[in-house]
Design a protein around this ligand. Sequence first.
Ligand SMILES: [Zn+2]
Length: 280
Amino acid sequence: MLTYNLALVYLFSGLGLTVLSGYFLLNLRKQEKLQNIEKMMFKEEYRVYLRKTPHYKNLSDKDKKKIEHSILLFANTKDFIGISLDVSDEMKVIIAFYACLLLLHIETKNCYDNLQTILIYPTAIVTQRIQNNGGIVSSEQFFIEGQSSNDTVIIIWHEAKSEAYHLRHNNVIIHEFTHEIDFMSGEIDGVPPIERSKYNEWTRVLHKDFLALSQKVLKNRDWGKYKFLGSYASTNEAEFFAVITERFFEAPKSLKTNFPELYNELKSFYKIDTIKLLKY
Ligand SMILES: [Zn+2]
């Protein structure tokens, strides 16, 4: 019996050592990879892509340096997988730029530590949605222009590229990565990880306009300034946060004029004054 127990002790010690040494080896490789990224130069051709965006050129030199470093880290530590397309440097740089722009002044070691994979599709994915209205089941087609979960983000490159290079109200990269930030607090509910002292004001301001928008959508009339946010933002609080973040970066002046409280909450959270960034 003693021999049997000893054999088990040796077996489990051996297994434990194997797991531990595997863990250390993985960590060592990760450290080596990070050290190699630190030595990388930011290629001039990457800046050519960045200069085509409305958001890069007015960043301070310090912020440009910081975001370029974040882009290298992001582009070299995440898995970019193209579906029916070859992933290009342009795709990696532009997706990483807008993802990291959101976190530029928010303290994090790396952009989106938990995120592993970015799936890139050429055009919108058409899929079926099954609806059950009081027992009457119907199906309808709808388009997915992006999607995010805790470890994977889906980006549709056709939309992402045109929105990245032109100021529109929408920006699918910003939208999907806002969901990732939202998730950093533990759940996707429209409340990102904010300071405790700011929590009440954040929920008061966002909830007020979310409810008002939902009423407009329900009645489908007298939209007034809520037209600027659009009906999709009324889907739930998480979509509301993602849409107002798009407007904050893409049309900040209109957001501030129509919804000054929303603008101030987002400015305080992202620690970026987007009106100044776009130099209107
Ligand atoms: Zn969304």
